[in-house]
Design a protein around this ligand. Sequence first.
Ligand SMILES: Nc1nc2c(ncn2[C@@H]2O[C@H](COP(=O)(O)OP(=O)(O)OP(=O)(O)O)[C@@H](O)[C@H]2O)c(=O)[nH]1
Ligand SMILES: [Mg+2]
Length: 304
Amino acid sequence: MGLFDAFKRGLENTRKFFGNGFTRIAAGTGHFDDDMLDDLEELMVRSDCGVQASAHIIDRVKDNIRKTGDDSREAVLKSVTDCMCEILGPKQAIELEDGKLNILVMVGVNGTGKTTTAGKLALRYKKEGKKVILAAADTFRAAAVEQLKAWGEKTSTTVISQGTDGADPAAVVFDAVNAAVARKADLLIVDTAGRLHNKKNLMDELSKIYRIIARQAPEASIKSLLIIDSTTGQNAVIQAESFGEAVDLDYIGITKLDGSAKGGVAIATAFVSHKPIVLAGLGEGAEDLVDFDPDLFVRSLIEE
Ligand SMILES: Nc1nc2c(ncn2[C@@H]2O[C@H](COP(=O)(O)OP(=O)(O)OP(=O)(O)O)[C@@H](O)[C@H]2O)c(=O)[nH]1
Ligand SMILES: [Mg+2]
């Protein structure tokens, strides 16, 4: 299955909602007046594109209509498509530097898909012939280490862990970084906890993890990947903002696009965070991870 089909299948619910809404609004005359543009803006907000991004897109549509005098359905659709692509930015992927240790720290609130995405990434890079190590630095949730170990088995990847009961995540990271350096690994993926006693604990723990990494592997290329869950709608946007304040984010991965009717949240998140969305989770299986492609995403979102 091609990427476009994968996106299309994954975004089916969002597309039905948005595409049918668009068709309904444009049904009368095929031309857009102000009331119809208001309806279109509301539709985008209800598709979870976010209030700010939706207003921005409609402003652009109105500008274009003023400039060209073309208020046809096709012209409006093109303005919307172009503007969404612009918000998402050019296609970007996670970049690993050859010949040195790359460290990818998975961050995000509980249940978004950090551990699953870590496992999927391990498989991807192993298939590319990279030496990958997983670090089980979520020592808070009882089953977290076992869950990562299961991914380790499924993908034949070494998992560095110290068990859950009272283990210090920073100590796990210390061991994992040393192992990765000693074994000349290409990639160390650090799975972290999504929930601690409170948000401050979580952010403090992340800071500690970053300090250890920087100290133990000063030469490594260190990147942070925030995982957000598309089904949580605008909460995902809030998470992108709060993690963006606490951590130097490099990338965003958006999960559970399969079946979500809130795929528009990718637009809202990109609009407020200005960070590239690089990954899309399209299912629970090891292979259900693709590079996020803004152009294909927008096309599969609104193509009828
Ligand atoms: N449908 C679907 N399910 C997913 C996807 N990614 C993850 N999941 C599921 O979401 C649930 C939570 O995923 P985890 O990987 O455990 O999430 P986490 O961020 O590690 O959660 P914590 O460890 O509690 O912080 C699991 O049941 C996964 O199988 C996806 O892209 N699509
Ligand atoms: Mg986890």
